[in-house]
Ligand binder design. Structure first.
Ligand code: C2E
Ligand code: MG
Ligand code: MG
Length: 541
């Protein structure tokens, strides 16, 4: 090392606590400064060591991405990385042409940055929003110019599928490291889906360059598949109030998660938000039209009586034109006050179906939102329709879902009692999914409680003995309420719920939702013990 080179280093990193030079074999060729304070060894102890010994394993892909980025002309940091031994340092890299292309690396002791729990160092949406909010505060104070970049990878799924899981993991880790390396301090990046990422970084307005570097970062790890990054960036100009800015960030991110990148990048954060709101409104409008024009179908899934093996009734599940799960549409309908209209339309069609049904033993259970049950107009509609269709009387069941909270329990209970007075059974759906389930059980008089599928499926996953489900069934028994277990997918789960004393079961084991009420494809063996469990209103079967 010549005196010149030392001087060069000194100029480049006057602020560094420790300066390191990494040679073409990725080993430390030179170390100057406070090595002991950062890495518990003196400068000489570092010479000849691979850089991987100095950096915590969790941040290897981050460091690799910084090194690779240098070749492509990217800034080498600064990022905050964890060191071997547990301390953290702010690291900047430079490639010095005058110094045999060795990489010079300055480390400044840094407080531990906020680090993600995930193995790849990327945050989830909620944490990322919190970090962005913090960076916005910094930008406001310092006048720093930052941007929110959204990155979408094409071809990633195909590449993953074509390679071994181990190779796919390497590719994903590389990509995560590369995304982090582009972000502010290496710690402002998020994974928002299998192939979508977001990051905050100093503004350079060159999102094409960002996309190019990310594409190149994993080019050697895609198993030959064409994987390409595309990126849009919007400036985070802290002009608005902090809360409005963050709302705009949230809308922009949610839109990106839902829709991916569109052809043209939004010009500003507020434009990104407006686009998102416009799209949501358009979807809501489309939903409203689909409901009012009855552009939806009903599917039916059997709910099996574990005592007799027959279908006790079928649950009615709405399907829109795409045929998939209606869940996001239901959410949208609740957000935009369209849910009552939807529920009324579904109930109307359900009654119609009961009238047309040749088999008079078929009973149908329609879902209604916690919102709808507080509507008096809804109850009146049911009353009128049942009057006009005596065939449906005694065959209509309601499942009150917990996707929206019931805000007025006494009122909801009055309506539930009115429906029960019209010979309808009322079931509380999704029991245990929300925090208010027990309050509902206390405040409402019901016929049936449906235990949320997540508890039922857990019975198999964790091999638990179903103590929770047994307690619930015991509690319901005291209240003379019968129970349904949903998402029963295997014979093992059927056995556990049966042993717990559950009355009815629903799930793929007996049949998927179908376009007509079909017989259960499996009839559970009848156990006399269960046959003796009689509910309050046994005339219902
Ligand atoms: P839910 O009422 O809890 O309905 C059960 C959901 O679980 C259905 O999803 C069904 O297809 C699914 N499922 C049934 N068996 C199994 C199984 O063994 N394994 C698994 N993994 N899933 C199973 P779907 O049809 O996507 O409906 C989602 C939710 O949308 C429903 O949950 C309900 O809350 C709501 N929903 C559906 N139709 C209507 C409606 O007409 N009005 C209202 N307000 N909500 C509805
Ligand atoms: Mg339901
Ligand atoms: Mg449910």
């Amino acid at each position: 090392m010549t005196l010149d080179a030392r001087r060069l280093l000194g100029f480049a990193f006057a602020a560094g606590d420790l300066l390191i030079e990494i040679d073409e074999y990725e080993n430390v060729a030179l170390a100057l400064g406070a090595a002991r304070a950062l890495l518990d060894t003196d400068e000489r102890g570092l010479i000849g060591k691979p850089w991987r010994d100095l950096i915590a394993v969790a941040d290897h892909t981050l460091f690799e991405a910084l090194l690779a980025g240098l070749r492509d002309g990217a800034r080498g940091g600064p990022v905050v990385a964890r060191l071997a031994g547990g301390r953290s340092a702010q690291i900047s890299l430079r490639r010095l042409a005058a110094n045999n292309d060795r990489v010079s690396c300055s480390l400044i002791a840094a407080p531990k940055g906020r680090s993600a729990d995930s193995a790849d160092g990327l945050f989830g949406q909620a944490d990322f929003e919190a970090i962005t909010s913090g960076l916005l505060d910094i930008a406001r104070l310092t006048g720093a110019d930052m941007e929110l970049a959204m990155v979408e990878m094409s071809g990633l799924d195909e590449a993953r599928q074509a390679m071994s899981p181990a190779d796919a993991a390497v590719m994903d880790a590389k990509l995560a490291g590369a995304v982090r390396a582009e972000s502010h301090s290496g710690s402002a990046a998020a994974r928002l889906g299998d192939n979508r990422f977001a990051l905050v970084r100093n503004r350079d307005g060159d999102s094409a360059g960002l996309a190019q570097r990310l594409t190149r970062a994993i080019a050697l790890n895609t198993g030959g598949a064409a994987v390409n990054a595309a990126a849009h960036a919007v400036a985070l100009e802290p002009r608005d109030s902090a809360s409005r800015m963050m709302r705009a960030v949230r809308y922009a991110l949610e839109d990106f998660m839902r829709e991916g990148l569109k052809d043209t990048a939004p010009e500003s954060l507020s434009e990104a938000m407006n686009r998102s709101v416009r799209r949501t409104l358009a979807q809501a409008g489309e939903l409203g039209a689909a409901v009012s024009q009855r552009r939806f179908n009903l599917n039916f899934q059997p709910v099996v009586d574990l005592a007799t093996g027959d279908a006790h009734h079928h649950e009615v599940l709405v399907r829109f034109e795409n045929g998939g799960s209606p869940f996001s549409m239901i959410r949208l309908a609740e957000e935009f006050d369209l849910i009552e209209e939807l529920d009324r339309a579904v109930v109307e069609q359900t009654i119609r179906r009961l009238r047309a049904e040749k088999d008079p033993t078929i009973r149908l259970a329609a879902n209604i939102s916690g919102r709808t049950i507080t509507s008096e107009a809804f109850v009146h509609q049911v009353e009128t329709q049942l009057k006009n269709c005596p065939e449906a009387r005694g065959r209509l069941i309601f499942e009150v879902t917990e996707s929206a909270a019931i805000d007025d329990l006494p009122r909801a209970d009055r309506h539930i009692q009115a429906l029960r007075g019209m010979d309808c059974l009322v079931c509380l759906d999704d029991f245990g999914a929300g925090s208010a389930s027990l309050a509902y059980l206390q405040g409402l008089s019901l016929d049936i409680v449906k235990i949320d599928g997540r508890y039922v499926r857990e019975l198999a996953d964790s091999g638990r003995d179903g103590a929770l489900v047994r307690h619930l069934v015991g509690l319901c028994g005291e209240l003379k309420i019968r129970t349904v277990a949903e998402m029963v997918e295997t014979v093992e789960i059927e056995e556990v719920v049966r042993a717990a004393g559950v009355d009815f079961a629903q799930g793929w084991l007996y049949g998927h939702p179908a376009d007509r009420p079909e017989k259960p494809k499996r009839s559970p063996g009848v156990k006399p013990m269960n046959a003796k469990r009689v509910g309050e209103r046994e005339s219902w079967g």
